[in-house]
Structures are given as structure tokens and as C-alpha cells.
Design a protein around this ligand. Structure first.
Ligand code: MG
Length: 386
């Protein structure tokens, strides 16, 4: 029996994780956390009978209490941390969105819980805190991201010092092959149409700008302990090769599969074992026929170039990259800036931060840097004040 807590249970990863484990008697869900989707959370409580839930939004937590379910109801950051460190919990799936994932992840590691991580911000902003902590506790962080899962699988049985480079694949998003001049005035409806993956709105825009890949470069640097210059982004438009590792003899090991998030979720939960996905479609290589690969276009998709720069700079810069992007995406979705200006806004914030980089920021300094970047973009960015 494995007692598990899912932080972010009503999101895309959380709901798929529940689909994977709900019929497996080896798993027992002891805690669930949602931001504010209380109706779905209520259904999940009825299905899984956890001991406690956390509704992050305090007013929504009050509304949830009126359902009168036999479950302890927590709220806010304290509630997330309490769930992540609960006595009965052995493993935490961190699939909340945004920087609220950092503190519960640190708390879970300190309390010796296993961690399956689907939250990018945790490693992007606090990789220098999380990875040494995990190592000191003897805990391997299990990635739930298709690319990082593929890299993790490709590293099985290999020696770290034989890695020549990591090949991080990218679909290229809905605007792959377009040049800058073709992307002026692109509407959010076009940016929200991802060719292969069905995901939330924010990550779909991040895929169109390739900021998502920039964040993943930084995550890979921390997860696999490789410098950014050993991580090569390769565009793989079919999203079949989910990433690969090239070794010193030139060999490449990759993981291939259909674009289905249940595969990395299952691998994180069952590794090194594999769980059968029965009645499902299989990747048929002969039917697929062709796999193609391209160099990324770093001039058009400046968001990726900036991510590589933020990852190579390190310290507090990745936090600025991430927070400025979140603000820029929100402004794009509010029709306040143009698609191409998302990367311009991030660059402006990173340039403004360049003389104030904190080499190894504490959690408090990370949160302060985040606030600075958000207010810089909202209040001082020249681009948002034309
Ligand atoms: Mg990914």
C-alpha cells in the first residue's frame, strides 16, 4: 500500500494521475489539494476518501466545508504544507501551477516523503535549494513531464559521466516554421491551438512562444545535473520522440511514444516497473512512417533563447524569466500586448535585473524577486505602457 497526496488534484495532471491510480489497490490517496475547483474536488473526495483536503482559496475552502463531507478541510499555503508533510503520507505528487509549488515541495522533502514533480517553477526558481535537499535526504525527484521522463528513462543503467549531451525535444508549437514578420498581431485563438498536446491555456501559450522549452532546459539542468550548454533543444514536430540522451560514444537513447501524459505519470508512480495501459492505441512506427527533426529558430522564438540565457546565468535570473513570462502571458491573454512582445517583455525584465542578480537566493529572496519582476512588468515595462 502506498499512501499518496496529490497537490493540484483538479488540474490536467492531477485528474490524469487519479485516473491512473483509482483502480489500483496498492495506492491509497490520503490527501488532495485544489486551488478552487471545489465541485470536482468534492467528487474526488467521494471517490477516493482522503483523510484531508486543502482548498487553497480561503473563501472556496469555506464553501467546501458546507458540503459536510467526512474529511478535514485545510486552506492556504499552511494547508498545502500540512498535507505534504502528513504522517500518513509517503509520496506527494506536486502538480499545482505556479510558484506555490516550491514551499510544499521543500516541506515534503524535509519530511522524507517521495516526490513526483509536475510543477516547473519549483526547479526553475529553486533548483539550487531543492536538489541538494533531495540528495541529502536520499530522495530521487521523479519528473512528471514528458521530456524529463523520457530523459530519465534514457538514463536507466547508464553512468552520469558518460553523458555527452541531453537532447530535449520540442514540438515547435502552433507557429513552428513561421518567421517573426508572420507572427505580428497573432491572435490568442491561434496561439492556443496546440498541434499535438491538449494542455492548460498558460502552458499552451508557453509552447507557442517556446518559453515552455526554456523552462524545461532549466528543469533538466537541475534534475540531471548537467550544465545548460550540454542541453540541446531539437524540434520534433510529431511529438513522438519525447527526448533523448547522447553518450560519449555517440549513441543516442531515446524514449518514444504517443503524446499521452498518462505514460510519464505512470512511469513516475511505478518506476522502474511499467504499468500496462491496456485498451489504448499503440505507437505504430510503420504506420507513422516518418519522424522529422529540426533546429529550433532562436530568432523567431526568442523566448527559448532567453530561457537558455536565464538557465546559464542561474541565481535569481530564472525567477525573473518565469515571473515576467507569467505576467506577459496574462497581458497577451488580456489583449494588452502582441504575441511577439511576450518575449520582449521578458527580455526587458531580465536586462533590468542583470545588475542585481542574487547568485544563490534563499526562498524569501526568490519570492521577493518574483514580486519585483511582476511589478516591473506591470508598472515599469516600457512595452506595456505604450
Ligand atoms: Mg513538457
Amino acid at each position: 500500500m502506498r499512501n499518496i497526496v496529490i497537490l493540484g488534484s483538479t488540474g490536467s495532471i492531477g485528474t490524469q494521475a487519479i485516473d491512473v491510480i483509482k483502480d489500483d489497490p496498492d495506492f491509497h490517496v490520503v490527501g488532495l489539494a485544489a486551488y478552487g475547483s471545489i465541485e470536482l474536488l468534492r467528487d474526488q473526495v467521494k471517490l477516493l476518501h482522503p483523510e484531508a483536503v486543502c482548498v487553497y482559496d480561503k473563501a472556496k475552502a469555506e464553501a467546501f466545508r458546507t458540503y459536510g463531507l467526512p474529511v478535514r478541510v485545510l486552506s492556504g499555503m499552511d494547508g498545502l504544507i500540512e498535507l505534504a508533510t502528513m504522517q500518513s503520507c509517503e509520496e506527494v505528487i506536486v502538480s499545482v501551477v505556479g510558484m506555490i509549488g516550491i514551499q510544499p515541495t521543500i516541506a515534503a522533502l524535509k519530511a522524507h516523503k517521495m516526490v513526483a514533480l509536475a510543477n516547473k517553477e519549483t526547479l526553475v526558481c529553486a533548483g539550487h535549494i531543492i536538489m541538494p535537499l533531495a540528495k541529502a535526504q536520499g530522495i530521487e525527484i521523479k519528473p512528471i513531464d514528458s521530456e524529463h521522463s523520457a530523459i530519465w528513462q534514457s538514463l536507466n543503467g547508464e553512468c552520469h559521466n558518460r553523458i555527452e549531451r541531453i537532447l530535449l525535444t520540442a514540438s515547435g508549437g502552433p507557429f513552428r516554421g513561421k518567421k517573426r514578420e508572420e507572427l505580428h498581431g497573432k491572435a490568442k485563438e491561434d496561439a492556443l491551438k496546440h498541434p499535438n498536446w491538449s494542455m492548460g491555456r498558460k502552458i499552451t501559450i508557453d509552447s507557442a512562444t517556446m518559453v515552455n522549452k526554456g523552462l524545461e532546459v532549466i528543469e533538466a539542468k537541475w534534475l540531471f545535473d548537467v550544465p545548460v550548454d550540454k542541453i540541446k533543444v531539437v524540434v520534433q514536430p510529431q511529438s513522438i520522440v519525447h527526448s533523448a540522451v547522447q553518450y560519449v560514444d555517440g549513441s543516442i537513447k531515446a524514449q518514444l511514444g504517443l503524446p499521452d501524459m498518462r505514460i510519464p505519470i505512470e512511469y513516475a508512480l511505478y518506476a522502474p516497473d511499467r504499468h500496462p495501459l491496456l485498451k489504448d492505441e499503440r505507437l505504430d512506427l510503420a504506420k507513422l512512417g516518418t519522424l522529422t527533426f529540426e533546429e529550433p529558430d532562436l530568432e523567431t522564438f526568442k523566448g527559448l533563447k532567453l530561457g537558455i540565457r536565464a538557465g546559464a546565468t542561474g541565481g535569481s535570473m530564472p525567477t525573473v524569466y518565469n515571473a515576467a513570462n507569467e505576467e506577459a502571458v496574462a497581458m497577451f491573454l488580456e489583449d494588452r500586448i502582441d504575441f511577439l512582445e511576450i518575449a520582449d517583455v521578458i527580455e526587458e525584465a531580465m536586462d533590468a535585473h542583470a545588475s542585481d542578480i542574487i547568485p544563490s537566493p534563499t526562498l524569501e529572496e526568490i519570492l521577493e524577486t518574483e514580486c519585483w519582476a511582476r511589478s516591473y512588468v506591470r508598472e515599469h515595462s516600457v512595452l506595456t505602457h505604450r
